[in-house]
Design a protein around this ligand. Structure first.
Ligand code: UFG
Length: 340
């Protein structure tokens, strides 16, 4: 007997697809809905290559209340929702704020409105360390202040957290876990699934791997005059499989009713900060491939440094990021090579 059906919205996306695999490995039956707005149907083949079993998938846009409702009618016995479906580009959100607010907010509202009608109590929500802005103290704990958002994208994450909090107060039956991701990188060790950036990557790792593959001429390092040891920005880079496993633990916790409050928040990071130049050097030594780069101006809106205090997740969830940085960098490269 399996552990039950879990709805994974955005399940063909980067973090969603890795979570589908880990849910399956843990004995759940993941069910994917995705409108493929920023992902490819071929991801289902990648997942199947790992799990050996076809995964249930429907093309559904979470903004579309009626199709969501029909979908819930068909799948009455879902135990929890892992809600990944959202737009995620900081830069794009500045030029398309309305579509970011509509997509990210309406999708969550639709799910929350439908859940009680179908007896679904549990939801895990993808949030981001972006809610902390530039923290006054490092590492950041879950109690660190939420700073004013610097982009519509960041704003949607804060608003969704508020919505979940208010829903939890109004309905004690609802159980939510908010996971604040730091910077996910890497790919499944099989290289069957990984990150599939749309167009020119914004994020550091896909830009590095595409430069290493010769698709981009050189990496631009955005600033070397920050108040950090080597002058480049510092982030907490966490392997996507470690991140995916945290979702399984969070879902177990909700289903087994081990949660202490009906809404909980966890930082998901490694607890270690790495600079852009350290990542670049780490990539070169892990893969043996040179990455041409130049130092350019700072990128507008970048945070100087941020990394997680993971004590709460380590102690309460019994989860810890385990995969070493070198392995994450190598897996990102193996995945990039597979895409050629
Ligand atoms: N960077 C470069 N060159 C590049 C791309 C990135 O130097 O071509 C640097 C950035 O300046 C930054 C670091 O690499 O210092 C990481 O940048 P990313 O764009 O990969 O990640 P961010 O930390 O800026 O943003 C990520 C997610 C957001 C999320 C945010 C939370 O992409 O969705 O973390 O802090 F909101």
């Amino acid at each position: 007997m399996g552990k039950g059906k879990i709805l994974v919205t955005g399940g063909t996306g980067y973090i969603g697809s890795h979570t589908v695999v880990e849910l399956f490995n843990a004995g759940y039956e993941p069910i994917i809905i995705d409108n493929l707005s920023n992902s490819s149907i071929s991801v289902l083949d990648g997942i199947k290559a790992i799990t050996k079993v076809p995964v249930t998938y429907e093309n559904i846009d979470c903004k579309d209340y009626n199709s969501l409702e029909r979908f819930f009618e068909k799948h009455q016995d879902m135990k929890a929702i892992a809600h990944f479906a959202a737009y995620k580009s900081v830069g794009e959100s500045v030029s398309k704020p309305i579509s970011y607010y509509r997509n990210n907010i309406v999708s969550l509202l639709n799910l929350l409105q439908l859940m009680p009608n179908f007896g679904i109590k549990n939801i895990v929500f993808s949030s981001s360390c972006t809610v902390y802005g530039q923290p006054d103290e490092l590492p950041v704990t879950e109690q660190s202040p939420i700073k004013p958002a610097t982009s519509p994208y960041g704003s949607t994450k804060q608003m969704c957290e508020t919505i979940l909090n208010d829903a939890a107060i109004a309905n004690p039956e609802m159980n939510s876990i908010i996971l604040r991701y730091f910077n996910p990188i890497g790919a499944h060790s099989s290289a069957e699934i990984g990150e599939l950036p749309n167009g020119i990557p914004n994020n550091l790792l896909p830009y590095i791997t595409q430069t290493a593959a010769g698709i981009r001429e050189k990496l631009r390092v955005f600033g070397d005059d920050y108040n950090t040891p080597d002058g480049s920005c510092i982030r907490d880079y966490i392997n996507v499989v470690d991140l995916a496993k945290a979702h399984v633990v969070a879902i177990d916790r909700l289903i087994e009713e081990k949660n202490k409050k009906n809404i909980e928040v966890f930082n998901l990071g490694t607890g270690n900060g790495s600079s852009v130049l350290e990542i670049l050097n780490g990539f070169e030594s892990a893969t043996g491939v040179k990455v041409p780069y130049e130092i350019v101006e700072r990128r507008a809106g970048d945070i100087e440094k941020v990394w997680a205090d993971t004590t709460f997740a380590n102690q309460e969830l019994g989860w810890k990021a385990e995969i070493p940085l070198e392995e994450s960098l190598l897996s990102a490269w193996n995945w990039q090579k597979k895409l050629q």
